[in-house]
Design a protein around this ligand. Structure first.
Ligand SMILES: NC(=O)c1ccc[n+]([C@@H]2O[C@H](COP(=O)([O-])OP(=O)(O)OC[C@H]3O[C@@H](n4cnc5c(N)ncnc54)[C@H](O)[C@@H]3O)[C@@H](O)[C@H]2O)c1
Length: 246
């Protein structure tokens, strides 16, 4: 077997909008992909008949989910060449209705899981020598959007862990970066955008000079950070927001 085929790129949230767009690009480029998601039916449907992919249906916020994922990698591949963490969910609630349980659930998937998974990679020392990890943050962690306290805090944690984790990983030749996304049209954003009144929706769109993002726009930025084209970049955040923050 060609050495390149012995490593895989792990994509979480692979049944979702951005994760699937990333996984599709990697498969089209001939990469091996381990695609993980909570939604077993959609995962199976998305990757039916696709070659080069191993699917893992699991809850990555739970110990058993992490175990299922690492077992799938260890059983089929030498280790990971790349890791993209696109699994997650958002939640809107005013301060007074934001519960410790909500905070816990959001932190578990957005910040705790990637620390545990990258910790596994580092401990096992089974990653490719030029491996690259990409996390996904949100403009929510930078803007004062009402109702986003818990989600923004979890994404703030992602950006907070980025540099210390990158500093450890770089000693092993592994890079770690994050993309910070504005609104991208996926299942996650459609859930709240579909509830907007037409005037509010127009206002939202006016705030994005290059238009609202598509899953492919986010995937292109992620794939750049995964690829050797970004070999001299680590510990950084790349803001992709269609000009919104201008
Ligand atoms: N869509 C946006 O506007 C936007 C903006 C900024 C950041 N993001 C971030 O981008 C990432 C991808 O989001 P998306 O827009 O593709 O959303 P999406 O809802 O289309 O996909 C998310 C996927 O994660 C999976 N998932 C959720 N919890 C999980 C768990 N515990 N274990 C395993 N899988 C789980 C879901 O089943 C889903 O398939 C998320 O981290 C999100 O916070 C999205």
């Amino acid at each position: 077997m060609d050495e390149r085929e012995e490593y895989c790129t792990v994509v979480t949230g692979a049944a979702g909008g951005i994760g699937f767009a990333v996984a599709s690009r990697l498969l089209a480029a001939g990469e091996r992909v381990v695609a993980a998601d909570l939604d077993a039916d959609r995962l199976a449907e998305r990757f039916a008949g696709r070659e080069g992919v191993v699917t893992v249906a699991c809850d990555l916020a739970a110990d058993a989910g992490l175990q299922a994922l690492t077992d799938a990698i260890a059983g089929r591949f030498v280790g990971a060449r790349g890791f993209v963490h696109a699994a997650g969910f958002d939640m809107m609630a005013p301060l007074g209705m934001t519960t410790p349980d909500d905070m816990q659930r959001l932190f578990s998937i957005h910040a705790v899981f990637p620390v545990r998974f990258m910790g596994w990679m580092a401990k096992m020392r089974n990653h490719a020598p030029d491996a690259s990890c990409v996390l996904i943050s949100s403009l929510s962690a930078h803007e004062g959007a009402k109702g986003h306290v818990a989600y923004a805090a979890a994404k703030g944690a992602v950006e907070g862990l980025l540099k210390p984790a990158a500093a450890e990983l770089v000693e092993r030749g592994v890079r770690l970066n994050a993309v910070v996304l504005g609104v991208v049209e996926t299942g996650m954003s459609r859930r709240w955008m579909d509830m907007l009144l037409p005037a509010r929706r127009e206002e939202l769109e006016r705030g994005y000079p290059l238009g609202l993002g598509r899953a492919g726009d986010a995937a292109e930025a992620v794939c750049f950070l995964l690829s050797p084209a970004s070999r001299w970049i680590t510990g950084q955040t790349l803001v992709c927001d269609g000009g919104h923050s201008l």
